[in-house]
Design a protein around this ligand. Structure first.
Ligand SMILES: C[S@@+](CC[C@H](N)C(=O)[O-])C[C@H]1O[C@@H](n2cnc3c(N)ncnc32)[C@H](O)[C@@H]1O
Length: 264
């Protein structure tokens, strides 16, 4: 209950903007997760915090029997439309990953790309991930690292965001192998690997245009500011990315941790 207000805010915040534009910038992560997790025809697969359903749809295209769930109703609506356009069947649920209604051991494979890391209660969501995975089943999580480019971007945004509630876990702790081992190591045999997803834009302005119109956390923060303060946010944003200029483009390295596990 302690995080109910935050989750209510998040269910709206993540759906603010056409998130598909942002998920398209992490297609490389989706591809690695699908390749490594290797969903097979007929397997029961869960994509937790699916957003607009990119990974769930990829798993369904491999013939898996897929459930995609997310807290944000607007994103699930988009996911449903996208799946229909792509001619695949997925069960779409609006739900909280910290309190899932699926039976124990429902899934052969549980996936989440840059997803469950954003739930505030790390212990609760870890218990749920373990509970719904069958003995011998697999898990694959992609999470931004604490020192990486996405965490740095959130550090730059922090003065413009509402403070997190006391006791909420940092999302970026999920990019630290020891933290994940502490959460999931009793339930899963784990292995880790580090990766880099690079986003290139023409300049800092193009990065601002993309994120201030389409990325829930950035758009929600920017929309809530008075014009002068919004302009300050805009300027700090552009400067932050121009510092990452290489020649005629901005190159944003976004390091992430892949956690693969087998349920004990
Ligand atoms: C960065 S997006 C990632 C979406 C998607 N997995 C992808 O690869 O594009 C983070 C997602 O986590 C979802 N989320 C945050 N807290 C959640 C919770 N408690 N339960 C379910 N989904 C949650 C958000 O609604 C959002 O769709």
């Amino acid at each position: 209950m302690a995080f109910a207000e935050l989750k209510q805010r998040q269910s709206v915040m993540w759906g603010n903007g056409p998130y598909e534009r942002i998920t398209n910038t992490i297609r490389d992560i989706h591809a690695v997760v699908i390749e490594k997790a290797d969903p097979k025809p007929g397997e029961r697969v869960l994509d937790a915090a699916t957003g607009t359903g990119a990974v769930a749809i990829l798993a369904a295209k491999r013939g898996a029997d897929v459930v995609g769930m997310d807290l944000a109703p607007v994103l699930i609506d988009t996911a449903r439309t996208r799946a229909a356009e792509e001619g695949v069947t997925v069960q779409w649920d609006v739900a909280d990953a910290e309190e899932m209604s699926y039976e124990d051991g429902s899934f052969d494979l549980v996936l989440s790309t840059c997803g469950v890391m954003f739930t505030p209660d790390h212990g609760a969501v870890s218990s749920e991930l373990a509970r719904v995975t069958k003995p011998g089943g697999r898990i694959a999580l992609a999470c931004w690292t604490p020192e990486g480019g996405l965490a740095q971007m959130f550090g730059m945004m922090r003065p413009f965001l509402p403070p997190p509630p006391e006791g909420a876990g940092s999302p970026f702790a999920w990019g630290n192998a020891e933290h994940v081992r502490g959460l999931l190591g009793d339930s899963f045999e784990l292995e880790f690997s580090e990766h880099d997803s690079i986003l290139r834009t023409k300049d800092g302005e193009e990065y601002w245009e993309l994120f201030s119109t389409s990325y829930g956390p950035t758009k929600t923060a920017a929309d809530a500011l008075e014009p002068e303060r919004r302009e300050e946010f805009h300027r700090i944003w552009v400067d932050f990315f121009e510092e990452r200029r290489e020649g005629d483009e901005v190159v944003h390295h976004r390091e992430w941790l892949l956690t693969l596990g087998t349920r004990r």
